[in-house]
Design a protein around this ligand. Structure first.
Ligand SMILES: Cc1cc2nc3c(=O)[nH]c(=O)nc-3n(C[C@H](O)[C@H](O)[C@H](O)COP(=O)(O)OP(=O)(O)OC[C@H]3O[C@@H](n4cnc5c(N)ncnc54)[C@H](O)[C@@H]3O)c2cc1C
Length: 478
């Protein structure tokens, strides 16, 4: 059966862009999460027409489709899974759809294919004084299509907003192969905002094949500050104090003591190893406003007990500080081979309380948990660092993760700030949504994908009208 599927795909694309050997399939069985699945075949279209052909061929063979960008997702969104009654799905990878199709520097809009890497787009338009504002820490490797599907954020989304605020229109191949355009270049297109429904749909409503993104001017002036504290509470109070003063910095990132040491060992940027917590705060805009905001932030931090406020002297030092923050997950590879990153959001005022609860969970489960996160948004990233080869560890990681989510929800939080629900968190959806809410979401998905052919078993839990499995299969946790 699979051989005719592979042959049909090879005829429609090209033999070199359709992979079906076991080792090749293994490379696309996972994303950057701790989940694993199995694909029947992996294909690499280069055009909308080829995506359309791949989708139609997959469907004619009774296969589901799993859209995939760079595979940096942290919630198992691109992991190919199927229930016991269905054959493995076809993975449609967009990495070869990496053309910047058109840049309109006057209207500040670019049409791009979905496989364009986030940072490549910003680099390509930098000479025009523009950039793509959402900046996930994975921006060197994640795709615009993945950003759209996960409605991704990043450190600078505190001021500029997450991906949804920067997507104007989308060309989408629907799960039945039809091509549609959602949204438009007008500031306020008529009709329902189906673009908005698609952004954040995590590959369950079709495959984005072209995206019209808003380009944002590069700020004329920037100040980047590294502020360090003797207590986490003082750092948390500074975050609340900055926002309460009416200042919205471009970014407020927090790192606890454990991750600060790991980062310093990795990048040698002068991060203080003896701090209980550090804040990386950046303000941007017109020079006068930036100076004033930086002065006010310094005053607030000092009033809360900051030990030092280091202001980056120039672009080089600023880049080094950000390299430290954005390499944090890479830095932990020096400590242990595996990590499991959570992504819950809590009210800013609850940050310190929830961080204390996480420290307690770490102690009870005898796990190393580090915290590096978007403090300005209340978007926590508890990072469980472990070695899955040690018997019983993965089970402790799972249980501790469940308790972290429970603590965040109890504090008035949500399951995900930016990484999405994917496969990993779908069974937690009932903690934050009622059956009626979940049913409404399932009905919306059905409008795009009535047969659940696109990225099955993701986002929505089974058991209601979605028809998926009740639980994530045990084998998906690796
Ligand atoms: C070190 C590291 C740091 C990270 N930092 C951040 C961060 O700061 N902020 C943040 O938000 N995320 C972050 N992430 C998570 C991840 O990089 C983002 O979710 C990113 O947007 C995923 O893009 P991708 O191309 O890798 O998508 P994939 O992982 O390939 O796919 C993600 C989801 O998108 C769907 N998808 C992909 N392409 C399409 C398409 N064309 N059409 C429809 N659906 C599609 C997939 O089915 C899947 O559900 C980080 C990840 C890592 C490993």
């Amino acid at each position: 059966m699979t051989s005719t599927l592979v042959a049909d795909l090879r005829r429609a694309l090209s033999p070199g862009r359709v992979l079906a050997e076991p080792l090749e399939l293994a490379l696309f069985a996972r994303d950057a999460s701790v989940m694993e699945g199995h694909a029947a075949v992996v294909c690499f279209p280069t055009t909308t027409e080829e995506v359309q052909a791949a989708v139609r061929i997959a469907r004619s063979h009774g296969r589901a489709i799993v859209p995939r960008g760079s595979g940096t997702g942290l919630a198992g969104g691109a992991v190919p899974v199927s229930d016991d009654a269905s054959p493995p799905p076809v993975v449609v990878v967009t990495t070869k759809m990496n053309a910047i199709v058109d840049v309109d520097e006057v209207d500040r809009v670019a049409w791009v294919q979905p496989g364009v890497l986030n940072l490549d787009l910003s680099r390509a338009v930098a000479h025009l004084g523009l950039h793509f504002a959402p900046d996930p820490s994975s921006q060197q490797s994640c795709s615009i299509g993945g950003n759209v599907a996960n409605n991704s954020g990043g450190p600078h989304c505190l001021l500029h907003g997450v991906t949804s605020a920067h997507v104007l229109a989308l060309e989408v191949v629907l799960p039945d192969g039809e091509v549609v355009v959602l949204g438009g270049l007008d500031p306020d297109p008529d009709g329902y905002d189906l673009r908005g429904a698609f952004v954040g749909s995590e590959g369950t409503m079709g495959i984005a094949t072209r995206v019209a993104v808003r380009l944002t001017p590069l700020p004329p002036a920037i100040r980047t500050m590294l502020v360090d504290f003797e207590t986490v509470a003082a750092a948390g109070a500074t975050v609340s104090g900055i926002i309460a003063a009416g200042i919205v910095p471009a970014a407020i990132e927090m790192m606890d003591s454990a991750i600060t040491c790991a980062v310093e060992d990795y990048v040698h940027a002068g991060f203080p190893r003896d701090a209980a917590a550090v804040l990386l705060v950046e303000v941007d805009g017109l020079a006068d406003g930036v100076e004033e905001a930086a002065r006010l932030i310094t005053d607030i931090a000092v009033a809360q007990g900051a030990r030092t406020v280091r202001v980056a002297a120039g672009a080089e030092e600023r880049a080094l500080l950000w390299k430290g923050r954005k390499s944090a997950f890479g830095a932990v590879a020096r400590i242990a081979p595996d990590y499991y990153l959570h992504d819950a959001v809590v009210p800013r005022t609850k940050l310190v309380e929830v961080l204390a609860a996480i420290a307690d969970i770490a102690e009870r489960y005898d796990l190393l948990i580090m915290n590096v996160f978007h403090a300005g948004d209340g978007n926590l990233h508890p990072l469980i660092v472990f070695d899955r080869r040690v018997a019983g560890t993965l089970e402790r990681v799972r249980l501790a993760g469940g308790e972290i989510i429970t603590a965040c929800v109890a504090a008035g939080g949500m399951l995900s700030g930016e990484h999405g629900i994917g496969l990993e968190k779908r069974d937690y959806m009932g903690m934050v949504f009622s059956d009626a809410d979940l049913d409404a979401q399932a009905r919306l998905r059905d409008v795009f994908d009535p047969t659940h052919a696109c990225n099955p078993m993701k986002v929505l839990p089974g058991g209601s009208r979605c028809g998926d499995l009740q639980h994530v299969p045990e084998g998906a946790w690796v």
